[in-house]
Structures are given as C-alpha cells and as structure tokens.
Design a protein. Structure first.
Length: 291
C-alpha cells in the first residue's frame, strides 16, 4: 500500500512508498486487505544488482500509473547475494516473502507479468521460479516477460564491470577494491573449474528457458517474452542477448527484440522514456480486476 505521495517519497526515502516484506522484497498493493486470488493484476520486478533506491522506485511508480490496481512485488539484489547468499537454500530463504505474496494472488487465471533487469535480476528470478515450484509443486503462471539488458555471459571481465558500480568513487579506494575483487573472482573461477561447479550466470541463462519453471497463461498457451537491450551497452554485449533470444525461440518462446542505440546498461528508460514505456504497455498482459 502506498503510505505517502510519490513526490514526497522521491525527495526523502524512495522506498518509504512501499511495504517491505523481507530484506530485499517490497510490495505496493492498493487493494490491501482484499481476498486472495480476486483477479487483481500482479506485476513482479527483479532489479539489477545494487540498483539505487531512487532509480528503481521510478520504475515502480510508473507501473502504478500504468496499472493503478496492480499488486507490484519487486526484488532487489546486491553484490553480497553473489558472494554470501548464492546457494539455493540462502536464496530460497530470502525469497520466502515474495513466494508467499505470489501464492496469495497468482493463479492460472490471474498470472504474473515479469520485468527482469540485468544479470542480477535474472539470477534472483531463476531462484524465485525454482523456489515457487518447490513450494507449490507447479511452475509459476506467467502472462508475459520483459528482460532488460540481459542475459550476458559469464566472464571475469564482465563480472568486474558489473561489481564496479558498487565500488567507492575515491580513486585509491576504488583501485584497492578492484584488486581485491579481481582476486576473489579468480579464486571463485578456480574453485568452480576444479570442482566442475557451473557459473551462476550460465545456469541462469539456461533456467530462464526451462518450461518446467514457467507456465504459459495466455489464451494461445504460448510463452511470450521481449528483450530490451542496447548496441552500446558496456556491461552486456548485445550479441549475447540476441543469441539467447534465438535460444529462447528454439525452446518454444515467442520472442520480440527491441534494440536501442546510444543507451547505456539498464538506461534505456532514462534516455528514451516514451519508446521504453510504449514497449512495456504493448507487452503487458494482465488479468483485468473484478468489478
């Protein structure tokens, strides 16, 4: 439920607008207190790693304008999720509140629309899908899915770029942090190679196409997805995204590609907002609330 005005929130604490369900799970519900499964539209957003509260709140607020009646659940992810909470058990525990919120509102007749940002959001989403199936015994009903600036491929260089966003700006501390991070990533890579442990991003690229985790819920029974990406993204190569889009089509997804030019990683909405939100409106497929 919104607890203050959007203008007040963006000046103070942007997340004060929303109900916090867990350490990294938040919700906006304008119909709080209504009976579960009443046909209320459901939107799930999985934000990029270390996304600033002020930046991510702009997406949530815009969704409240587009679909005022929707229950919006959103997930944050931090660098520590990859270092301290990367196991399936740890992720499942952190995602418990999101699973509970989805179980109380999502059905095959009232599926969820998903919007995933970057590899960090993809990582959280695949763990969410597995946790939901484990909790319910069935895949999550999804109306459609938008994937923004993902998925990339696993490499130390790509990981260095991604984690660098959360590093200190002062140059001495930044270079020290980069040195420590490089050593940590090298050790992790050696450990994974020695024990044949698959890379988390590689696994996420495969699992997001797993139809055992996703249930199509549109009238045609097709899995629909839109990739939004940029030819000038410095973190995720657009060719990696297009290869994944082709893989998705081979797995049975109906795929739409929206390639931007001159926009940075997860920066398409900021640079070209009209085109961006037009794409979102086109792909929103939600159950209309009961009157």
């Amino acid at each position: 439920m919104l607890v203050t005005s959007a203008s007040e929130s963006l000046v103070g604490d942007p997340l004060a607008l929303f109900v916090q369900l867990g350490p990294s799970v938040y919700m906006h519900d304008p119909k709080s207190g209504t009976a579960p499964n009443d046909g209320q539209p459901v939107i799930l957003l999985a934000f990029w790693m270390d996304a600033p509260a002020r930046a991510l709140s702009k997406y949530v607020v815009e969704y409240t304008r587009i679909v005022p009646s929707a229950r919006i659940i959103f997930l944050r992810s931090a660098s520590n999720d990859f270092f301290l909470h990367a196991t399936a058990r740890a992720q499942q525990a952190r995602l418990g509140p999101a699973i509970a919120a989805l179980r109380s509102s999502v059905t095959p007749d009232c599926p969820v629309f998903m919007h995933i940002f970057s590899n960090g959001g993809l990582f959280r989403t695949t763990h969410l899908l597995k946790a939901y199936r484990q909790a319910t015994g069935r895949p999550l009903p999804i109306s459609s899915m938008v994937i923004d600036s993902a998925p990339g491929t696993a490499s130390i260089i790509a990981a260095m770029k991604a984690f660098s966003f959360a590093m200190p700006r002062f140059w001495i501390l930044r270079w020290l942090s980069k040195g420590i991070l490089l050593m940590m990533l090298a050790v992790i890579k050696l450990y994974q190679t020695s024990f044949r442990i698959p890379n988390a991003i590689k696994v996420a690229r495969e699992e997001i196409n797993d139809q055992n985790l996703v249930q199509p819920a549109n009238a045609e029974g097709t899995l629909t997805r839109c990739y939004i990406y940029s030819s000038t993204d410095e973190l995720v190569d657009w060719r990696d995204i297009e290869r994944h889009a082709s893989d998705s089509e081979a797995c049975g997804w109906t795929v739409h590609r929206e390639r931007f030019h001159g926009t940075p990683h997860v920066g398409h909405m900021r640079v070209q907002p009209e085109r961006y939100w037009s794409i979102i409106r086109e792909h929103l497929q939600l159950k209309k609330p009961k009157q």
